[in-house]
Design a protein around this ligand. Sequence first.
Ligand code: AMP
Ligand code: MN
Ligand code: MN
Length: 321
Amino acid sequence: MTLSAASVRELRPFLEAPRVLITSHVRPDPDAIGSVLALREAVMQSGGQPTCVLEDECPVRCKVLPGAAEIQVARECAEMAPFETVIVVDSGNRERIGDTERFVGKAAKIANIDHHISNTRFGELVLLDCDASASGEVLYEIFVELGLRITPSVATNLLAGILTDTGRFRHSNTSPTTLRVAAELAEAGASLTQLTEQLYFSIPAKDLVSTSQILSSLEFFDDGQISTMFVPRDYAVEDPDNLIDLGRAIEGVEVAVLFSEMKDNRIRVSMRSKSRVNVSEIAERFGGGGHERAAGFRMYGTMETVQQRLIPVLSEVLRAR
Ligand code: AMP
Ligand code: MN
Ligand code: MN
């Protein structure tokens, strides 16, 4: 699926507005950060004035992305008038922008640019491409359609999202189009080697120690079709994708689950599947969402109680296949 040219052109007024708020989901990943930063340049190229706000701080490994210092954290922002023009990117529902909501005007016009199958289609303009590997891939299409310049910094930010959301071009969301777009971005000045070095080969040493603890919590259910791991707060790591990818890589595993303790007594649940289970559908039952092969939700409880609620649901889905 590609976006219609007519709908993409409807984004123009959002890019040209005198005050534009650009935001994305809580706990931003490189696709969220890179997409916000690429949109920031799109607004500047179009004559608008961008302000980038996220609920949470930019993860350390994303601070190298060009322009990352321009992103503000909602709770640290000085008071400012609410925005009437808002672009939300890489967030499947409005609630996932978290605290940034307080800067969204009551009658604000919202453009929703995304690739999540669970997207609730909020906002006045919805540019949703569920076949795109990343919001970075959706934005590439938008840049080309609108004739915006893909500068080396835009290319780097877009490729960062594509690289990480595809698990370095290995997940099933990596389409021939994804590879072509990545090639175009490399030609426009993004360095795959440098991004890989920065996003994957700069793991803090303490995270490897934590990883060994987390791996020792590995459990299996349903004859080894489900793997689970616990991430206690003390062992939180910068990039949990590495861990859940290991849980999913085990022979015979169809669904891998990571339960992580959050600051507010909730548990963050991340799920990955190999080929049979639509984990977005399961996450939506628990108020979350995502993609067919990667999804998540949050729930109050302990890691053990949340595990006890989820496993029977997963078992039933596996039995039905
Ligand atoms: P994660 O396991 O946190 O890496 O998330 C996997 C995918 O599911 C990502 O694309 C997330 O944006 C999405 N996702 C995770 N948690 C939620 C949630 N609570 N609500 C909606 N989408 C989510
Ligand atoms: Mn994301
Ligand atoms: Mn994404």
